[in-house]
Design a protein around this ligand. Structure first.
Ligand code: PLP
Length: 453
């Protein structure tokens, strides 16, 4: 046995004995793939196999591996000031908060945390405190959409309306309720043409039924439900949601954890709808392209006004040791600099259609119900029968993922699925994938789906 092979086997054994994986079902016969190094959209495992990462890690590696400008920015910052808490201040956090306000159109202030769940928890606490300090102490409820994913901690999990992700951890935090998402392919309202409109009307109805004086905020991902089933919605929906939130003094929290910083072909997903300004925007993942952990909750300055008072007892009693770590902020600044300099957002918008046109050809396949996309986020909804829309089994979806992996392509699926609801193949390549990479991805998906009929 070679030294490398021994080292590899030892790592695999230690992995099985000591590491608890996210979402992974323990299987001693199939230890998880161990990544060794990466470049661009590709990584190599410890056995030397090469794979294209068609889901950007967990939808976060937006600029791909090997961005040495980013790693140098992190080193430089750590060499200069290794750590400092944001109970005081430091330059990278100040510069990043200023940059984010500019990118959001001005008038925002940012609270930094460590990731997406954390950014959403922060938003919920700010919303509740805001209403208490503006004469609406009974406003504590949050509404989110069924099938949404907003994170893993108790509050974020409570906004996550996917029963199978919650069943072993419920009850969650009191005061979270859900409304149907727009999802024309499987319209809750049995009227695909008016699905968006009816979904928005449902939101208004729930606010009225729950009591407008009790609802603090509505949280949604713009245009998609990433951890759900990738279902784009119309501009009209977001505009109606904004109107409804204004009408009932409900804060609109836009979760841009996946969609933010270019993924959808706009800088932020909500910007696809002209004129909509969220009250809060939460970010993580693409903010640093996954190079270091960072979460951000950007809040309109008007909301922050409620946290100022002369005696100082209106301040936000919330602190995160590592939130806004100087190195993470430096990485985010460099990440944004590259995004702007290379016009990555424009690139996504330009290439999106080319990929979609090719993937759409799969709709002739008897198992492909619908191909949907927004930017570099594609969902292929797989069905056993196009008329009844009965979803394929989880095992079938797993076999498709396995066949893609055998050909050197890693793809995702919509979470831990409830097969009777929907089964969707998820594609979210790094935004910097070369055109050859993207062609490889499209060809592989088509070959696998067409040979699995
Ligand atoms: N919000 C959305 C839309 C997400 O997709 C995720 C993670 O996938 C989160 C929040 C949670 O982010 P994190 O895993 O960084 O806590």
């Amino acid at each position: 046995m070679t030294h490398d092979k021994m080292k590899e086997d030892q790592l695999a054994k230690q992995d099985l004995d000591h590491l608890w994986h996210a979402m992974h079902k323990y299987n001693p016969d199939a230890p998880p793939m161990i990544a060794a190094h990466g470049q661009g959209a590709w990584f190599t495992d410890t056995e030397g196999n090469e794979y294209m990462d068609g889901v950007s890690g967990l939808w976060c590696l937006n600029l791909g591996h090997g961005q040495t400008e980013i790693t140098e920015a992190a080193k430089k910052q750590m060499d200069t000031l290794a750590y400092f808490p944001l109970t005081f201040s430091h330059q990278p956090a100040i510069e990043l908060a200023t940059k984010l306000s500019e990118l959001l159109g001005g008038g925002y202030r940012t609270f930094f945390s460590n990731g997406g769940s954390d950014a959403n928890e922060t938003a919920f606490k700010i919303a509740r405190q805001y209403h208490k300090q503006t004469g609406n102490p009974d406003k504590y409820k949050f509404i989110s959409r069924y099938r949404a994913y907003h994170g893993t901690t108790m509050g974020a999990m409570s906004a996550t309306a996917q029963a199978q992700r919650r069943v072993k951890y419920d009850p969650g935090v009191p005061g979270f309720m859900h409304v149907p998402p727009p999802y024309a392919y499987r319209s809750t309202f049995e009227n695909p043409e008016k699905d968006d409109e009816m979904a928005a009307n449902f939101l208004e109805q729930i606010i009225i039924w729950e009591g407008e004086d009790t609802v603090a905020g509505f949280i949604m991902e713009p245009y998609i439900s990433g951890g759900g089933v990738i279902k784009p919605q119309s501009d009209h929906y977001l505009k109606r949601v904004r109107e409804i939130c204004d009408k009932y003094n409900v804060l609109l929290i836009i979760d841009e954890v996946v969609s933010g910083l270019g993924r959808t072909g706009q800088l932020f997903g909500y910007m696809h709808a002209d004129g909509v300004q969220p009250d809060m925007v939460t970010m993580a993942k693409g903010l640093t392209s996954g190079y270091l952990p960072l979460g951000a909750t950007s809040i309109k300055n008007e909301i922050y006004e409620a946290f100022k008072n002369d005696s100082g007892d209106h301040h936000f009693r919330h602190v995160s040791t590592y939130g806004g770590h100087p190195a993470a902020c430096a990485v985010a600044l460099k990440n944004i600099e590259i995004l702007e300099r290379e016009n990555i957002v424009g690139r996504v918008a330009r290439l999106e259609q080319k990929i979609l046109t090719q993937l759409k050809e799969l709709e002739y396949n008897p198992y492909v119900g619908e191909v949907r996309d927004i930017g570099f986020l594609y969902g292929i909804e797989l069905v056993r029968d196009k008329t009844t829309k009965e979803p394929v089994s989880d095992a079938y979806l797993g076999s498709i993922l396995g066949a893609c992996k055998e050909r050197g392509l890693i793809l995702g699926k919509n979470g831990d699925t409830v097969p009777q609801l929907a089964n969707v193949l998820i594609i979210a390549p790094p935004l910097t994938s070369t055109e050859d990479d993207l062609q490889f991805l499209v060809d592989t998906v088509k070959e696998v789906l067409n040979s699995s009929q």
